[in-house]
Design a binder for this molecule. Structure first.
Ligand SMILES: Cc1cc2nc3c(=O)[nH]c(=O)nc-3n(C[C@H](O)[C@H](O)[C@H](O)COP(=O)(O)OP(=O)(O)OC[C@H]3O[C@@H](n4cnc5c(N)ncnc54)[C@H](O)[C@@H]3O)c2cc1C
Length: 373
């Protein structure tokens, strides 16, 4: 018997376990993970970048807390900002929301962008939005392992197993069943199964529109250094940023169906991405692909935002899924939010209610203007 059974020990499950054991040290918390090498987990295959430049207040506030948490945990955070390039009206509209919610972002005209980043072609750019602090990239593996280790030191138990079902009656879950026939009785269960969250939800009879969508990240070398390079988001929907001596880059995929094998799609680079990158940064004519990797976005096809909370049909099965490309930066806030729901029955710090199940059931998507790839 455990108080809380968390299915999946990626960054989200680890964060829920960390916050539960930090806030309630006597609680028994069990993390159930089927692949302790995390070889296919999104948390191992992430680009681990963090931005405040969302259009929804809840996403902005989760990122602000994410940056604060990284600093508190002593995780390396490279604060070089995101530079969104594009249409003036669209950038100004989201900038207002960002300012109201505490984000530190400056709007720059083409001349100002050129003065800061002389290597960038701004011929077709009306405006740029540059994050001045709390934005950039971080050591995602260090965050994941710190959360997991601290959760275990604080008393959480990590067990190997694949959850295949839930025992349920009277709108409550009473236990989880594993593929080897074992059963773990619990007072609460958490779906932290990342890109596999939909099938886990289905095992409890709940429809969750989270799909495993492959994204390729290219590791590139360029003979020319780009001074003070931020993470650049291009209006033609690709991004790049420095990674050590190299660059990494990605774009919306050519083929976007469910559960594609986790092999990089090298043709994406040759058939479009390279041309677009070289148009934006002429020095990128000389780019060379060093290698590439692929991971799954846990894509919420309803509105590309996380689903955090319980479904009305089951009061004690908690969901923290569908982060759609921003789960590393939101892991700290999501884990703390789920811990508050379990321990207090309500959010105590950040109100994550806009990310609840209600919007899915009522057909009210939470529109996020700044979705990347
Ligand atoms: C290419 C790429 C780039 C990204 N870039 C960024 C970025 O820049 N910034 C950002 O914030 N986010 C980014 N993300 C998203 C981020 O990585 C994810 O949102 C986050 O890692 C999700 O964590 P998770 O714990 O939910 O899922 P995972 O890390 O996938 O963990 C889920 C775990 O559940 C386990 N599991 C699943 N089903 C079961 C079961 N039935 N029984 C037992 N165990 C089970 C799996 O084995 C897995 O280990 C990126 C993702 C990818 C793929």
């Amino acid at each position: 018997m455990t108080d809380v059974a968390i299915v999946g020990a990626g960054v989200i499950g680890a964060s829920v376990a960390y916050w539960l054991t930090r806030m309630a040290p006597s609680l028994s918390v069990t993390l159930i993970e089927r692949d302790r090498s995390f070889s296919q987990a999104s948390s191992s295959l992430s680009a681990s970048s963090i931005r405040q430049q969302f259009s929804s207040p809840v996403n902005i506030r989760m990122s602000l807390f994410g940056a604060q948490f990284l600093r508190e945990m002593g995780i390396a955070l490279e604060e070089h900002g995101y530079l969104y390039l594009g249409n003036a009206d669209a950038l100004k509209a989201v900038h207002e929301v960002q300012e109201q919610n505490g984000a530190d972002v400056a709007l720059l005209g083409p001349d100002e962008i050129k003065a800061r980043f002389p290597w960038l072609n701004v011929d077709d750019i009306e405006l740029g939005a540059l994050g001045l602090s709390g934005e950039g990239w971080f050591d995602g593996a260090a965050l994941h392992s710190a959360l997991l280790q601290k959760a275990c030191v604080q008393g959480a138990k990590l067990v190997q197993g694949s959850v295949v079902g839930f025992e349920r009656s009277n709108a409550r879950v009473h236990g989880v069943t594993l593929a080897d026939g074992a059963r773990i009785a619990c007072s609460h269960a958490v779906n932290a199964a990342g890109p596999w969250a939909r099938s886990l939800a289905a095992a409890a009879g709940i429809t969750l529109p989270v799909h495993a969508r492959r994204r390729t990240v290219f590791v590139l070398s360029c003979p020319q250094k780009l001074a003070a390079c931020p993470l650049v988001v291009d209006p033609s929907n690709f991004w790049f940023r420095p990674e050590g001596a190299h660059f990494i880059a990605g774009a919306e995929p050519r083929i976007d169906s469910d559960d594609l094998p986790l092999e990089p799609d090298y043709a994406e680079f040759d058939e479009g991405l390279w041309t677009r990158m070289a148009r934006r940064v002429p020095a990128f004519e000389a780019l060379r692909v060093e290698r590439a990797w692929a991971g799954y976005y846990e894509m919420n096809l309803f509105d590309h935002n996380a689903v955090i909370g319980a479904h009305p049909a089951l009061q004690n099965l908690w969901f923290a899924n569908g982060f759609s490309g921003h789960g590393m930066q939101h892991a700290a806030a999501a884990g703390r939010g789920i811990a508050e729901l379990i321990l207090y029955g309500a959010f105590r710090t950040l109100d994550l209610a806009p990310l609840g199940f209600a919007r899915l059931l009522e057909g009210r998507p939470l529109r996020e203007a700044n979705v990347i790839g």
